[in-house]
Design a protein around this ligand. Structure first.
Ligand code: NAD
Length: 485
């Protein structure tokens, strides 16, 4: 076993679940036993809520400036241990080591935003009548929670906890059972940086813990990132308990390709987008809607994709079940009459035959109503749908129930403008394969890709993690009476 059994982290202590049960986590890279993960019950969750509740009074009483000093120290430690953390991302999520490095670097960028919280969360103040001042303060909520998916085990936790704790909350993290090691390493490093016990807690487990978090009366706000069915469940349960929720769901992103696009720029960005993290990211290119004759660009996409070797430039699929599910999508697309231009189903990595690899797969001449064009498969699969006009292409993209990302590849400013105005998605790009907004812009989609108000990162997260207090003061006895102050 590569890593010791992953326990919970409650009140600053590593604690096994009271159930005494655990799951095996098998390496996606080579099929060996990577670690065991403690399987918690609602009793363990109750302990974590208690520990976080106990830590809240002292932590929230500090100034924001004092709180972010811990995050500055944590950021330096993360830089020091960047290679170690990148290696963990590689081992447990199956990404390439380089992708692990990129992910940890993105965590550092997110931390930098949290470190600026004293400046960016400073509320407005105004003299509303002579001698009378109104100001807003952002008050932390209390104990909050963050439920995260497998595909960015380092970055997605950094979407939530740095901002939440910088603003004075204490937090419970619930990582995916497939990628539990990152959250524990983060906990250890936060402790080394001087974070008080109980401010950051980790509870490992499955459905019972996710439902428990959504329902627990001691938790004030829940953020979730994962698939749409679970995002809907968490959102509904949290709201039924009158708590705040922001839940991010699945995606099926459309990239519209026009014949006037710069061939090399379009092809290289599209290939990087659908093969990066082996297609297991919610901002991957899923469907290319090719308008008119885009054959030279599609040919180049195929050529470049052939150079992306599984096990080298591209990582593994998270589990054998996920690999089987993606393969099923490709099989059914073939049966439905689409043309497989590049087939990654038989990929084998020499020396890692027990790893769960797939090669890049490109499926052309899919129709808009085929399953492969409509549903998220979450693999390194690019589906091409052909249309005659940009309007028709937009109609294909906008008929998706999801609205996470979308992009256009063109050299025409007019087409780009029509696209950005009409596409129904929360994160939109022009000649960009992965249109993820960087800090201080917020991350969040539309439609069935997100439930709740605002974005999960950036300035919008300040409103989610706090409640505004409006304070009106008058210290001047001579100031005139006003019927409101
Ligand atoms: P998932 O929904 O299976 O798991 C997410 C979390 O929910 C995990 O912590 C898991 O333990 C828990 N969970 C799983 N099944 C559950 C159930 N039935 N009841 C209660 N809890 C449950 O998602 P995943 O497979 O880890 O991640 C991939 C999915 O996440 C994809 O659909 C992807 O598009 C989406 N995703 C979305 C974003 C975004 O920003 N919109 C970002 C990353 C991933």
């Amino acid at each position: 076993m590569k890593y010791p059994e992953v326990k919970n982290y409650i009140g600053g202590k590593l604690t096994p679940a009271k159930t005494g049960k655990s799951w095996d986590r098998i390496s996606p890279n080579d099929g060996s036993l990577l670690t065991k993960v403690t399987l918690s019950s609602k009793d363990d969750l109750a302990d974590a809520v208690k520990a976080a509740g106990k830590a809240f009074a002292a932590w929230s009483a500090k100034t924001t400036k004092d709180r972010v000093q811990v995050l500055f120290r944590y950021r330096s430690l993360l830089e020091k241990y960047l290679d170690d953390h990148a290696q963990i991302v590689h081992e447990e999520a199956g990404k390439t080591v380089e992708e692990g490095r990129q992910e940890v670097n993105k965590s550092i960028e997110l931390l930098e935003f949290a470190c600026s919280m004293p400046q960016v969360s400073c509320g407005p103040s105004l003299e509303v009548t002579a001698g009378v001042e109104c100001r807003t303060e952002y008050i932390p909520l209390g104990v909050v929670a963050s439920i995260t998916p497998f595909n960015f085990p380092h970055m997605v936790p950094h979407w939530t906890f740095p901002n939440a704790i910088a603003l004075g909350n204490t937090i419970i993290m619930k990582p995916s059972r497939f990628t539990p090691v990152c959250s524990l390493r983060i906990a250890e490093l936060l402790s080394e940086a001087g974070l008080p016990e109980g401010v950051f807690n980790v509870v490992n487990g499955g459905k019972e813990i996710v439902e428990g978090i959504s329902e627990h009366p001691g938790i004030q706000a829940v953020s979730f990132v994962g698939s749409t069915p679970v995002a809907k469940l968490v959102y509904a349960k949290a709201l039924a308990g009158f708590k705040r929720a922001l839940t991010l769901g699945s995606a099926n992103n459309h990239l519209i390709l026009l014949p006037d696009a710069h061939v090399e720029m379009a092809a290289s960005n599209i290939v990087a987008s659908f093969t990066g993290t082996a297609g297991q990211r919610c901002m991957s290119a899923c469907v290319v809607v090719a308008v008119g004759d885009c054959n030279p660009i599609i040919q180049r996409i195929v050529e470049l994709s052939k150079q992306v070797r599984p096990g080298y430039e591209m990582g593994a699929i998270i589990t054998p079940e996920a690999k089987e599910s993606i393969t099923g999508f490709i099989n059914r697309a073939e049966k439905d009459g689409a043309k497989i231009l590049l087939d990654g189903r038989k990929a084998i990595v020499a020396g890692k035959e027990k790893g769960t690899y797939l090669g890049p797969t490109i499926i052309d001449y899919a129709t808009r109503d085929m399953e492969i064009a409509r549903e998220e498969n979450f693999g390194p699969v690019l589906t091409i749908v052909r249309t005659k006009t940009l309007d028709e292409a937009l109609d294909v993209a906008n008929s998706s129930p999801y609205g996470n990302g979308g992009s256009i590849f063109t050299q025409s400013g007019k087409s780009a403008q029509v696209f950005t105005q009409k596409i129904e998605a929360g994160m939109v790009g022009v000649n960009v394969g992965v249109p993820v907004p960087r800090e201080p812009f917020g991350f969040g989609g539309w439609k069935d890709s997100k439930f709740g108000v605002g974005d999960i990162t950036g300035e919008s997260s300040i409103a989610f993690w706090t409640k505004p207090k409006k304070i009106t003061t008058k210290w001047n006895p001579e100031s005139k009476l006003n019927w409101m102050s």
